[in-house]
Design a protein around this ligand. Structure first.
Ligand code: GLA
Length: 728
């Protein structure tokens, strides 16, 4: 049993193989959080301390028991207005505007299998094979008639716990939900760092680690989407925690809209970490009879540093978030037309690219932006998902036929959520865009966002997508979204505070219908690169274009940061031309390939510009990747250095069995008379010997992990090496 209820102590314990999570219903029916850490048995309420603390009030039932305060005790689902003055998970007003909602436990259910959430992505698991279980705790506030069901999912073998909450208004008045977070972790002690992943367009997810000070550290996105600026994934770590040592906890949001994560160090040295919906852009009217779900948060704990934390999350995302036929499959190796030709595409250029792609040994040609409506540039056409035959020179069906005749599969780019004012769609339905009458509009890349909180807009988009996808054998769809939402106003919503939340439900609904209707279609998510790189999107698209920045050196940092929360199988990565279009940097072709091979791998350049030697090198890269792809898809990923601080960026994929290892290293900088650089491996089988395929040399695993392997000198800036190790 993963979930144990102890009626004597009223504790609920969620056990995984290596961790335990425990909460307790106190004598008044409120939920106290006791523990999340190394697997432990028994009742852990000895961890709580009680003292008469000034200005920390006492709940009514506690009478004059002045040592009992919600302000000082660790909470499981803290609510505004109960005497806990820390940042709450839920803030709800009644019709008079009054806050205050003391939730009491009414009952619980423990059942086999992992819960699902209606209309929202969530971790899924097999009852038998994964031993997944669900705990449901029903909380109630009588004055408001508000039920809150806390949902906990346990995946014991993965050391994963999930949380979500469902609100239901069983009262007679409308309740205004002003803040809704999905989960918190309260710590009674600890000296912590918060690690978040910050960035910007074309430079996403750089780790940002800072010690907590008194007060709150809040990160998040008010952009309607999860954003380039902060990823909906945070880690709380012991200040001394490293890759391989120390305690750390992760929270990962299974949601693609605005979010917020907060770490608060309180007056008593206690810490609360929480995650949920963005507060500033949310104010939800919960009418009598209605329900509202706080999206899922994935939690994991490691007592052995950040590496194990990442491994837990990678296993979870690969097999319990990603779905569909491509979940476990090596993805088609593709050539994308964007950096090869930008908007200058037509059937001739595409077929020429296709011929080259075929000759290089690739599987699929992606026709990126520029094929539809009046899409001669980025000022027009979005919304009009009909082929611009004048520009293309033929119909979409004919083009697909010609690409297939080359022996390639065909992929297409769309940006369904957006509209240009210069489009037939906007002219017909200006009210379908999210704009505020009398204001703006705020344009970004000359485009507006469609109102996906409206059913008819979603239906129209679904039909438009089907109309495109039914024109031929399309194997791949790149789903883009190239701006943030600014104006939150829906012409049909009865209350604007719910629009962004409803937008996400609309988006997920389209994606769910699409994946059901086209089970063989590979969807790659994208939002100006990695502006919506989150576990929510990964439920529908097993890979996401990681960044519009294809520079191999910048990608070292971007992919390093991404790896903390997401497996390489989800990371869209391509080899592009030099000088790089984003940075102007020149890097060796071999290095560009080594870096892109830590992802889904593909090319995004015009092969016509390459020499015969370069083409030959690419043919070898393609063949090499085919061999390594299963290891990249399924192996354990090791961050062997920190490219934001170290000269040499190094990482490895090691098979779960420890038999095979693919090690890659890139020198980010070079100096005269270079001092040697050693790359220390991890994850090899202690005591075993490993043969390096490239040289035939045999090394002991322990020496490779203790002293490392020297990067061969002499070397030049941006040189890279790839080594294949096989256990002998
Ligand atoms: C976004 C994507 C790019 C490309 C362009 C097309 O920026 O991230 O890869 O598809 O849009 O306009």
């Amino acid at each position: 049993m993963a979930i144990v209820f102890d009626p004597a102590h009223k504790t609920y314990t969620l056990h995984t193989e290596q961790t335990s999570y425990q909460l307790q219903a106190d004598r008044f029916g409120r939920l106290l959080h006791l523990y999340y850490g190394q697997r432990s048995e028994g009742c852990l309420d000895y961890l709580l301390t009680y003292a008469d603390r000034g200005f920390s009030g006492n709940p009514n039932e506690a009478g004059d028991e002045r040592r009992y305060s919600m302000d000082a005790l660790p909470q499981e689902f803290p609510v505004q207005g109960t005497g806990d003055y820390r940042s709450p998970l839920l803030s709800v007003r009644d019709e008079t505007g009054t806050f205050g909602c003391d939730l009491k436990l009414q009952g619980h259910t423990i059942r086999a299998g992992k819960y699902a959430l209606e209309g929202l992505p969530a971790v899924y698991a097999d009852t038998e094979a994964d031993g997944a279980e669900t705990l449901e705790l029903r909380l109630y506030n009588e004055r408001l008639g508000l039920y809150v069901t806390l949902l906990y999912g346990v995946l014991p073998k993965l050391d994963i716990i999930t949380r979500a909450a469902v609100l239901e208004n069983a009262g007679s008045g409308t309740l205004r939900v002003e803040k809704l977070q999905s989960a918190c972790l309260d710590f009674v002690s600890g000296d912590f760092d918060l690690i978040c992943f910050q960035g910007r367009h074309a430079m996403e997810r750089t780790p940002d680690r800072r010690p907590l000070h008194h007060g709150s550290t809040v990160i998040g996105s008010r952009r309607g989407y999860s954003s380039h600026q902060y990823n909906p994934f945070v880690i709380l770590a012991d200040r001394t925690a490293t890759e391989t040592a120390g305690r750390c906890w992760a929270m990962q949001f299974v949601y693609s809209g605005g979010f917020q994560a907060e770490a608060e160090l309180d007056q008593y040295g206690q810490t609360r970490l929480q995650m949920g919906l963005a507060e500033d852009t949310f104010s939800y009217p919960l009418r009598p009879g209605e329900k509202l779900t706080a999206p899922e948060v994935i939690l994991t704990y490691s007592a052995a540093g950040l590496e194990r934390l990442s491994h837990n999350l990678h296993r979870c995302i690969r097999r319990h978030i990603c779905r569909g036929r491509y979940r476990d499959a090596v993805r088609p190796l593709l050539l994308n037309s964007w950096e090869a030709a930008y908007f200058n595409i037509n059937a001739d250029t595409l077929i020429a690219l296709g011929r080259e792609a075929k000759a290089l040994g690739l599987d699929l040609l992606v026709m990126d932006d520029g094929w539809f409506g009046e899409r001669w540039n980025d000022r027009a056409g979005l919304g009009d998902w009909t082929t611009n035959e004048k520009k293309l020179g033929c119909s979409l069906g004919e083009l697909i036929g010609q690409v297939k005749a080359l022996g390639l599969r065909f992929g297409i780019w769309m940006e369904p959520e957006m509209v240009n004012e210069d489009s037939a769609l906007y002219r017909a339905h200006p009210d379908w865009a999210l704009t505020i009458p009398g204001e703006g509009p705020v344009r970004a890349r000359c485009q507006l966002v469609l109102d996906l909180s409206r059913r008819e807009v979603c239906d129209y988009l679904f039909q438009s997508l089907c109309a495109v996808l039914d024109q031929g054998d399309i194997s791949y769809l790149k789903w883009d979204a190239n701006r943030s939402i600014a104006e939150v106003y829906s012409r049909t919503a009865d209350d604007q505070g719910r629009v962004l939340y409803d937008y996400m439900l609309g988006l997920y609904d389209i994606l769910e219908r699409l994946t059901a209707r086209y089970p063989d279609l590979l969807i790659e998510g994208c939002s100006g690169g990695g502006g919506r790189f989150d576990a929510g999107m990964l439920y529908y698209c097993p890979q996401i274009w990681c960044s519009d920045n294809t520079d191999a050196v910048d990608r070292l940092t971007i992919q390093y940061g991404t790896s903390f929360g997401y497996p390489a199988s989800t990371v869209g990565a391509h080899v592009s031309a030099c000088p790089n279009h984003q940075t102007g940097r020149v890097t060796p072709l071999a290095t560009r390939a080594a870096v892109a091979m830590a992802g889904t791998f593909g090319y995004e350049l015009d092969p016509k510009t390459l020499s015969e030697e370069e083409k030959e090198e690419i043919r070898r890269q393609v063949a090499a990747f085919r061999e390594d792809a299963p290891l990249v898809l399924d192996g354990l990923y090791y961050r062997l250095s920190d490219p934001t601080r170290e000269l040499c960026a190094a990482w490895a994929f090691v098979s779960e069995s420890g038999e095979r290892c693919l090690l890659s290293a890139v020198l980010q900088n070079c100096h005269g008379n270079m001092t040697p650089v050693y790359v220390k491996l991890r994850g090899l089988t202690p005591g075993a010997l490993y043969r390096v395929r490239e040289s035939g040399a045999v090394y002991p695993a322990d020496a490779l992990m203790d002293m490392g392997l020297p990067f061969p000198l002499p070397a030049a800036e941006y040189d890279s090496r790839v080594w294949h190790f096989e256990r002998v």
